[in-house]
Design a protein around this ligand. Structure first.
Ligand SMILES: [Zn+2]
Length: 134
């Protein structure tokens, strides 16, 4: 077992490995696999899914590290607004004492106490004022 681990480690030297884009690709692969095997049973979806898996595998074994890093940066840049929304939603679901809003001008997250009714919020970063129901 130790020998296997060491040979995998030496195989991965100089290779790109794992990143956020690959994580999303693999999660999509697993979800699509399950959905397709239960509901759709569609050959085209299956082929697309195998393609997604091959891309993820290719990326993690790739030795062109700067190219893979660039792809991940593009992915992170494109999904930034969406990831911010998800993180605000997570905040608002877990922390009942506070509510998080996104500044309409500079997109900074602003946390305010909850259950205060309609309040005027001043963004700490750009000083823009906006009203929300907390
Ligand atoms: Zn702002």
């Amino acid at each position: 077992m130790d020998k296997l681990r060491r040979s995998i480690q030496s195989f991965m030297i100089g290779r790109y490995g794992h990143d956020q884009l690959n994580f999303v690709l693999l999660i999509s692969y697993f979800i699509l696999s399950i959905l397709n095997s239960i509901f759709f049973r569609n050959q085209i979806i299956n082929t697309i899914n195998i393609f997604i898996f091959i891309i993820a595998l290719y990326r993690s074994l790739s030795k062109k590290i700067s190219a893979r890093r660039k792809e991940n940066q593009i992915y992170l840049k494109w999904t930034k607004p969406l990831r911010r929304r998800v993180s605000v939603l997570q905040n608002n679901l877990t922390d009942r004492q506070h509510k998080v809003y996104i500044c309409p001008q500079c997109n900074t997250k602003v946390r305010v106490p909850s259950k205060r009714g309609k309040i005027a919020i001043t963004c700490p970063s750009c000083r823009r004022e906006f009203t929300k129901r907390s």
